[in-house]
Design a protein around this ligand. Sequence first.
Ligand code: DGP
Length: 118
Amino acid sequence: MCIFCKIVQGEIPCNKVHENDEFLAFHDVNPKAPIHILVIPKKHIDKFQNVTPELMAKMTPFIQEVAKILELDQRGYRLIVNNGEDGGQEVMHLHFHILGGTKLLWPQLTPDENKKYL
Ligand code: DGP
């Protein structure tokens, strides 16, 4: 069983923010911003590339609710999904990162800072 399925089952504790029958939101163990939440479907789906439109249609309002609970809805926040190897996904259970609580930077994401991509 993957680590996030163990969190869903209660085998590994988490600092929960919100949940319903299908989704769970909890604080990231290694926060990259003052507020860093992970939102996951309780059902195991390995990555964003394999999520269905039907599940996303329900996940979207859940993420918006979490942002409201954390009072990020007015100031703003960033949503990140790392998908697959090049995307830097470490836990192979679909998760959205919600980052906020400060004005976020938009850092260089590749090692070569001088390379232009356009
Ligand atoms: P990603 O690189 O997108 O797969 O991000 C995985 C995130 O999951 C990373 O920011 C750290 C977090 N994480 C890994 N294991 C645990 C855990 O056991 N508990 C919590 N709360 N977060 C975890």
